[in-house]
Design a protein around this ligand. Structure first.
Ligand SMILES: NC(=O)c1ccc[n+]([C@@H]2O[C@H](COP(=O)([O-])OP(=O)(O)OC[C@H]3O[C@@H](n4cnc5c(N)ncnc54)[C@H](OP(=O)(O)O)[C@@H]3O)[C@@H](O)[C@H]2O)c1
Length: 287
């Protein structure tokens, strides 16, 4: 089986690459924008056809949520149109497409974990373009799996965990919002789940995936500092309106994972367990 991973130098793409050594039975193509620009429709079609790709895992996206508010066209091209090109190319070759999406397709007004059948209502350019991408993929590809995830971090790339580690070491005090509730996702766990979806056999549809448990960004930061033995920085809780950002964020975006667990027979670690694993890996890299 031939697997194409696009956006392969990002957080999730890099975790897919790292984990691929555990699955030597597959043949891999890891591409980022230099090798395959997914906004180039013709290039996408040729690559997938010429290499007889069986499964595409699209990890490429415009992920700068605040910058997206000022760049809606570029964001739309990458998060909406390009997944459509991948979906059409997949359909033409009988390939499957695993498209990664986001909790930001929801407006965050729920007080119960979001299931896949709840109505999305994004309140940012990023969320709207990701939702449009989902819809196009489902429309164009009969073997499409959409995995919505949230609060992604990894040992690779830039992310909240790495920023809080740096700020925790640099500063004596730090304010972090406590009124946005969700669940972090370790990209290494998501990569494992993607391999489980492939090994199980594609069951088309939308699925939710994050780690287990619930926290605020404030709680997350406290846990990051505790696990990294950072005790010189006092973290205090902020309201969202005390930390203005260009794009609005959902106040509540906990995802219900029952469907993905049952369909693909997977277990999901609690976010604290996975955060510890990531911090251990970061410590090993720093040594
Ligand atoms: N990060 C989060 O907190 C989060 C939360 C929920 C869902 N998600 C979703 O999870 C997925 C993976 O996110 P991530 O954090 O791993 O993303 P990421 O680290 O930003 O990686 C995206 C990769 O795509 C590349 N790329 C940009 N334009 C491209 C193009 N035209 N063709 C091919 N590749 C291109 C980027 O390259 P450059 O760096 O050179 O631009 C980057 O290497 C995305 O679908 C995202 O929407 C992320």
């Amino acid at each position: 089986m031939k697997i194409l991973v696009t956006g392969a130098n990002g957080q999730l793409g890099s975790e897919m690459r790292a984990l691929s050594t555990v699955y030597p039975q597959y043949e891999y193509y890891f591409t980022d924008v230099q090798e395959l620009d997914i906004c180039n429709e013709q290039a996408v079609h040729s690559f997938i056809r010429d290499n007889a790709i069986d499964v595409i895992v699209n990890c490429a996206a415009y992920t700068a949520v605040d910058k997206a508010e000022d760049n809606p066209d570029i964001c739309d091209k990458l998060n909406h149109m390009a997944p459509g090109y991948l979906a059409m190319a997949a359909e033409a070759c009988g390939a499957a497409l695993i498209q990664i999406s986001t909790d930001y397709v929801f407006d965050g007004t729920s007080y119960l974990p979001y299931t896949e059948d709840m109505l999305p209502c994004p309140n940012s350019v990023y969320g709207r373009t990701k939702l449009a991408g989902e819809q196009l993929v489902l429309q164009k590809c009969s073997r499409a799996v959409i995995i919505r995830t949230a609060w992604l971090y990894s040992v690779y790339g830039n992310n909240f965990v790495k920023t809080m580690l740096r700020l925790g070491r640099e500063r004596e005090t730090l304010g972090v919002v406590f009124d946005q509730i969700g669940t972090p996702t370790y990209a290494g766990d998501l990569a494992q789940t993607i391999f489980a979806v492939i090994a199980n056999g594609i069951v088309p549809g939308i699925y939710h995936y994050s780690n287990e448990g619930v926290c605020s960004w404030f709680d997350f930061t406290i846990a990051i500092h505790r696990m990294a033995n950072i005790c010189t920085c006092k973290v205090h809780p902020l309201h969202t309106n005390e930390y203005p950002a260009k794009a609005p964020r959902p106040h509540y975006s906990v995802l219900d994972k029952a469907k993905i667990k049952k369909t693909f027979n997977i277990e999901i670690p609690h976010w604290e367990e996975s955060l510890e694993a990531c911090i251990r890996r970061l410590n090993e890299i720093e040594k």
